[in-house]
Design a binder for this molecule. Structure first.
Ligand code: GLA
Length: 747
């Protein structure tokens, strides 16, 4: 890995074993982009790749030099003005009303390691030799504004992390109307764009579309990264599959409003831009002030979509997530939400805990409804003290009892919200986001606290700290259950209202930071009506996230499959719930529900006292299985094999680092009869090893197979669906089947 500066050509080449990223200082002093992709050997100049051509009707900075036009030059951090006609990365409004700027190269530095981003989540290194960083310094002489562009290349991941810092060195006040985290111009448009889209209960569906001229984008204007679009896009070649071919991934380490777009010009150049959404952002910078953008992480893989995802998994699991729980196996938990909803008291909780303990559960999580006067969703958010009618000895009492019974205790909070029916709101009606004199919209009966204000964040911190100090609490589920509207802060002047959305997210990060510093051993799980804030920003503070409120096994195949495009198995909250499923009323077997939930941070979301004795035995075996294999599942290499978005089946697998062990999950929505012979080609195995392959029930399905056979021929997943099923395959033929195959090397 290195960052090379070639002085004679004024080019920079960042590379590791797999990728190269090359940029150059253009003749006019702006920064041009040369190449991003598979590793190239280094050389003094790559200028021949730039292919400057004179084009009629171009606007040019130099008279008589038609071939040098910013409109046609690939760039790194483009601005409007000086001839580029595409969407810029940066727009600054100056005191004279002009938005024209011209940022010219002033210098650079190259060093080992990676700097922190002040107040923002970002990938990091533990040792300096894990990454090299290039800082490029640019200046707009007229406004006196300076930019530092950060590029970090990692030694062992095919990824480049980028961000920008803008400092107003001049003596006028400027306004940043757009300050994106990254921009890159790829030289063609032969891509399919992948986005992760959805809605509540169907988060992160994989959607593909062919790039066309014009802008194609995903975004959020909801104040959170959203159920609807994840802050991610990928550009893949038409022929790229899960296992083969080229793909570029772009992921934003941010939890608020974002824009991720591919802007294809009519010369077939694709400009990818990613960052805070400019429509709800305007940030005035007074002389001496600085603005730091969030980080964007770009990945290049020529090993298909799995190669891209594995790069994100490695980086986000080990160099974005932090703290005590980062590398630890996650506890098997039971959450009372779907078991009781708001209707519980201490006795009911302890009954659940007693049975859960017998089944092998390690952590009990008390969900919504334990505080203030909360018996439904109309009141008490913001009043983080226990409801003594339900819990006579408070949280401290119930938590101690749960610990005495042998489980750890976890608690639900929704720190960013309040209800009008609450002590907090009565005392501080101006603490919600709302515009004086205008109606304020309500969502789930609640209002959004103004986390752009320090005093609001501090007040919530103090309340939470009191609960967490008094009671033995090992886990927090941090929820967030509405989109933001009427965003306006009573704590900011007119000129600063454009800062509120971003400052809100900084407030969320600050509260997370204070809590994780004060209580470093608490495991945080983020949540936002399920997975509305499943984003890299929150993974920095909370190493796991509730993937979706939809716990149906069939739907979860899609949700977890899509989520795995960017996020590691160790981050995906996945629970077995009761049937008929509470979201869809579908009945699936307990076995299938667990076979899906194993590929996450496993747990239960049901009342164990309503299970039959036979079901309890099954649950005991499931928990024992998960405890035995969770390290492999949560920290192994994950491969997607068959997509639920393309057919009736889903398959995925995890492989241990040394390739000696693997688990394959295979799921089928509808059973078919007398169908074709079926096999699934596996990935990631050692072709020269022999593996002993078993289904979950030893003896029912066992074979010794070589890695090469499993890789190139495939694993036989045919079942007894010839029409004469009766006793065959677990005796459980029918719809919503699933199977786990365990592979262990025998040589
Ligand atoms: C959200 C969460 C659920 C649950 C409820 C409680 O919907 O996603 O898991 O915690 O809130 O109100």
């Amino acid at each position: 890995m290195a960052v090379c500066f070639h002085k004679s050509s004024m080019e920079f080449h960042l590379y590791n074993q797999n990728i190269s990223y090359i940029l150059n200082v253009l003749e006019n002093g702006q920064i041009g982009h040369t190449y991003f992709g598979k590793k190239l050997r280094d050389r003094e100049s790559f200028a021949h790749m730039l292919n400057f051509r004179a084009r009629p009707m171009s606007v040019c900075p130099f008279e008589g030099k038609l071939e040098f036009s910013m409109e046609h030059i690939k760039q790194e951090y483009p601005v409007y003005g000086s001839g580029d006609m595409r969407y810029p990365a940066l727009e600054i409004l100056q005191e004279n009303g002009s938005r024209i700027s011209e940022f010219l190269y002033k210098g650079h530095s190259i060093y080992q390691g990676k700097p922190e981003l002040s107040g923002l989540p970002a990938t990091y290194v533990e040792k300096e030799e894990e990454a090299d960083t290039l800082e490029l310094y640019l200046e707009d002489q007229v406004s006196g504004t300076e930019i530092t562009l950060y590029y970090t290349i990692f030694a062992n991941v095919p990824a480049v992390a980028r961000s920008a810092k803008i400092t107003q060195k001049g003596d006028q006040e400027i306004v940043l109307d757009r300050a994106m985290s990254m921009s890159v111009d790829l030289p063609d448009m032969d891509f399919e764009m992948i986005e992760l889209t959805g809605a509540w209960a169907r988060e992160r569906s994989v959607k593909e579309r062919k790039l066309e001229h014009g802008v194609q984008a995903v975004y959020s204007l909801r104040g959170c990264s959203s159920h609807n679009y994840n802050p991610f896009l990928a550009l893949k070649r038409e022929e790229t599959t899960e296992g083969n071919g080229e793909v570029y991934g772009f992921s934003l380490v941010y939890s608020g409003n974002f824009l991720a777009q591919a802007d294809v010009d009519t010369y077939d150049t694709t400009r990818v831009t990613m960052g805070i959404h400019p429509d709800t952002f305007s940030w005035n910078l007074r002389p001496g002030e600085t603005f730091q953008t969030p980080e964007a992480v770009m990945v290049y893989s020529d090993h298909g979509l799995n190669g891209m995802s594995q790069a994100y998994h490695t980086l986000y699991r080990s160099r974005l997530a932090r703290g005590f729980w980062r590398d630890r196996e996650r506890p098997v938990l039971i959450n009372n939400w779907e078991a009781t909803y708001f209707d519980f008291d201490e006795d009911k909780i302890l009954e659940i805990v007693k049975t859960a303990k017998e089944l092998g559960v390690e952590l009990f999580v008390l969900d919504d409804g334990w505080f203030g006067k909360r018996n439904d969703d109309t009141s008490s958010l913001g009043d983080w003290y226990p409801n003594l009618e339900k819990l006579p000895d408070g949280i401290t009492g119930v938590a101690r009892r749960v610990e005495e019974m042998g489980l750890k205790f976890g608690l639900w909070f929704e720190p960013e919200m309040t209800n009008k029916e609450s002590r907090l709101y009565r005392e501080h009606p101006d603490w919600i986001l709302s515009v004086p004199g205008r109606k304020v919209s309500v969502g789930r009966n609640q209002y959004v606290l103004d986390f752009s204000r320090e005093e609001v964040v501090n007040a919530i911190f103090e309340q939470m700290k009191k609960v967490l100090t008094e009671a033995p609490i090992s886990y927090i589920k941090w929820d967030m259950n509405r989109s933001m509207s009427e965003v306006y802060s009573a704590g900011a002047g007119a000129k600063d209202q454009g800062k509120v959305m971003h400052k809100y997210i900084l407030g969320v990060y600050r509260l997370y930071d204070m809590l994780t510093k004060e209580f470093p051993e608490i495991l945080f799980e983020s949540c936002a009506s399920g997975g509305a804030r499943f984003d890299p920003g929150l993974l920095y503070y909370a190493p796991q996230c509730w993937t979706s409120d939809d716990t149906d096994a069939v739907e979860r195949c899609k949700i977890q499959y899509g989520t795995s495009f960017v996020y590691p198995v160790s981050s995906m909250g996945a629970h077995v719930s009761a049937v008929p499923n509470h979201q869809l009323l579908r009945n699936t077997s307990l076995e299938t529900r667990a076979n899906v939930a194993y590929f996450g941070t496993f747990g239960y979301e049901l009342d164990p006292n309503r299970l039959t004795e036979e079901e309890k035995e099954e649950v005991k075996a499931q928990i024992a299985f998960m405890k035995q294999y969770r390290h492999l599942i949560q920290y192994g290499t994950f491969y997607r094999l068959l997509s639920p978005f393309e057919g009736n089946e889903t398959a995925w697998m995890v492989v241990s680092e040394d390739k000696t062990r693997a688990i394959v999950g295979y799921y089928k929505v509808l059973q078919s009869v007398n169908g074709p012979y079926k096999k699934v080609r596996l990935q990631g195995l050692d072709p020269d090893r022999k593996y002993h392959v078993t289904g979950m029930e030893p003896g029912k399905y066992e074979e010794d197979l070589y890695g090469d056979e499993l890789l190139w021929y495939g694993l036989n997943v045919s079942d007894a669906s010839s029409g004469e099923n009766k006793e065959k395959y677990n005796g459980k033929n029918g719809d919503y089947q699933s199977r786990l195959y365990l592979l262990s090397s025998i040589e």
